[in-house]
Design a protein around this ligand. Structure first.
Ligand code: IPM
Ligand code: MG
Length: 361
């Protein structure tokens, strides 16, 4: 039987609760499939580790992760540790060296969930946002001088490379090509950001020539926020810079009903390094320990992990279980306006997965 090695990094806050739920559902899913096993190793890295050791993960952490087939990640961020320390010390410390340059974020208004937009149903909101995940505004270039003086200066330099933009553009065109509508929107702010993002537009036009069957258009990021709210049905696949897509994906998640259901794949498409799968939400200390975190974003991220591992039948089982659970409002956690607990949603999804084991796929 095939065995995949998974590194689980629950991290902080509700990350621990949702990864436990996600691993439970993935184990049931693998059992229902019968064709593969998941061999999970836990890593206790995060803010607790930081308090004990002064670092978010050990110096040889990447070497420890390198040979896994995938990483299943919860969340980072804790009230007593500055956010840039937790982020750069763990999440970006994995994403960047492992060159997980394609951050893929589907957003769908699932049946049974009512989003904040009037008269918008599941058919009108089925998007995938492709976020450039290795450079741009998150390149980490810059510095601070004259700290504390009136002359203090800080720079935060965005980096756009032809290689970096071209590879994410190709990834996005290919993804759009594989979806029924074959439609891509390239988002920039190339009116104001007249260097890097003008290059984005030029590279988009060049790459588009290799995908003649994909229809594409361009949008400035501010106008894109309006289009997402006012004409959601006019959007399918979206590609944007690291920061722009970060912002758009929160909007997308909110329009799809909750940040709690959104999944993410941080992919190294060439598979030189393991890819990492995580819910889009953060550590949510306000609800940590209450047992009400929505595990659906983690289940859906697990579904993306199964796709990436090459288990499409199991991935579709997982997606159908998520859809069936969300169609029942009694299984909605408080972020979706319901009263269900993490444990109830997890038990229901596991039960649906078990039932799917007796069906022929
Ligand atoms: C996300 C998050 C992170 C990001 C935070 C935690 C720094 O918002 O994954 O979208 O901006 O990359
Ligand atoms: Mg974000």
């Amino acid at each position: 039987m095939k065995k995949y090695r998974i590194a689980a990094i629950p991290g902080d806050g509700i990350g621990k609760e949702v990864i436990a739920a996600g691993l439970e559902a993935l184990a049931v899913c693998a059992q229902a499939d019968g064709g593969f096993e998941l061999d999970v190793t836990h890593f206790d890295w995060g803010s607790d580790y930081y308090h004990a050791h002064g670092v978010m993960m050990p110096a040889d952490g990447l070497a420890a992760l390198k040979d896994f087939d995938a990483i299943y990640f919860g969340a980072v961020g804790a009230p007593e540790v500055p956010d840039h320390v937790t982020l750069w010390g763990l999440r970006l410390a994995i994403c960047q060296p492992f060159d997980q340059y394609a951050n893929v974020r589907p957003a769908r208004l699932l049946k049974g969930i009512s989003g904040p937009l009037r008269d918008v149903g599941p058919a009108d909101l089925d998007w995938v946002i492709v976020r450039e995940n290795s450079e741009g505004e998150y390149a980490g270039q810059g510095g601070r001088s004259h700290r504390g003086l009136p002359e203090e200066v800080a720079t935060e330099v965005s980096i756009f490379t032809r290689a970096g933009v071209e590879r994410i553009m190709r990834y996005a065109f290919r993804l759009a090509q594989g979806r029924p509508r074959k439609f891509l929107t390239v988002v920039t702010k190339s009116n104001a950001q007249r260097n890097g993002l003008v290059m984005w537009d030029e590279i988009a036009a060049e790459v588009a020539k290799d995908f003649p069957d994909v229809t594409w258009d361009k949008m400035l990021v501010d106008a894109m926020t309006m289009r997402m709210v006012l004409k959601p049905g006019s959007i399918d696949t979206v590609v944007a810079t690291n920061l722009h897509a970060d912002i758009l994906s929160d909007l997308a998640a909110a329009l799809a009903g909750s940040l709690g259901i959104g999944p993410t794949a941080n992919l190294n498409p060439e598979r030189r390094f393991p890819s990492m799968f995580e819910p889009i939400h953060g550590s949510a200390f306000d609800i940590t320990g209450k047992g009400i975190a929505n595990p659906v974003g983690t289940f859906w991220s697990g579904q993306m992990m199964l796709e990436h591992l090459g288990e499409p039948a199991a991935a579709s089982r997982m997606m159908r279980a998520i859809e069936a659970a969300m169609a029942d409002p009694s299984l909605h956690t408080p972020d979706l306006g319901g009263k269900a607990t993490t444990a109830q949603v997890t038990a229901a999804v596991c039960e649906l997965l078990k039932q799917s084991g007796s069906e022929t796929m």
